[in-house]
Design a binder for this molecule. Structure first.
Ligand code: FES
Ligand code: FES
Length: 202
């Protein structure tokens, strides 16, 4: 390598070799993990700040730090161990995850837990009163409104919403307003009969 510094004795002037040495030194410095970490942008994980939410689930208050990206369904199942609410599709198409939020039926897979601070939530686990079934649970058994049972919690929570909305005046009306809840076992005749029956009793 040719040193083209015109004044080799001038300590203030930088030769090409000197510049290269400096550049190499800087690269080595950047390769030291501690040095590189200083002032680095926070990781995506650090940037995802937890959200504090207060949820009243089946009458019990829970204060939770949740990942703001987490669905209400996943928080119920994975944080609160309430696995009665099912995940059939995770995209709002099957109704297996239906719950009541402030009295309204919603699919819990399509909403974020962080959006429901202060909400009152009801799930299938909260329906029975001690050993006594909710009238709609009893009606499902009586009318054989289930087979494998996977869609059943969503059907029952949806049925409660359907009745409360005043949409259960006839079997045809129940069919229409319960059409967001899919049953692969084809238990529809029993489901409709159970909801219509329970509506007539309440
Ligand atoms: S799991 Fe939510 S609608 Fe299917
Ligand atoms: S009872 Fe099996 S999917 Fe409805």
């Amino acid at each position: 390598m040719i040193d083209r510094n015109p004044n080799p004795g001038d300590a203030g002037a930088l030769s090409r070799r000197g510049v290269l040495q400096l550049a190499g030194g800087a690269a080595s410095f950047a390769a030291i993990p501690g040095a590189a970490a200083q002032g680095a942008a926070p990781s995506a994980q650090e940037a995802a700040m937890a959200s504090r939410v207060r949820l009243t689930v089946n009458g019990q208050v829970h204060e939770l730090d949740v990942d703001p990206r987490q669905s209400l369904l996943d928080v119920l199942r994975e944080r609160l161990d309430l696995t009665g609410t099912k995940k059939g599709c995770n995209q709002g198409a099957c109704g297996a995850c239906t719950i009541l939020v402030d009295g309204r039926r919603i699919v819990s897979c399509l909403t974020l837990a962080a959006m429901h601070d202060g909400a009152r939530i009801e799930t299938i686990e909260g329906l029975a009163n001690g050993g006594e079934l909710h009238p709609l649970q009893a009606a499902f058994i009586e009318h054989e409104g289930l087979q494998c049972g996977f869609c059943t919690p969503g059907q029952i929570m949806s049925g409660i919403g359907c009745i409360a909305e005043g949409h259960a005046g006839s079997p045809e009306e129940v069919q229409f307003w319960m059409s967001g809840n899919i049953c692969r076992c084809g238990a529809y005749p029993g489901i409709v009969a159970a909801v219509a029956d329970a509506a007539g009793r309440t």
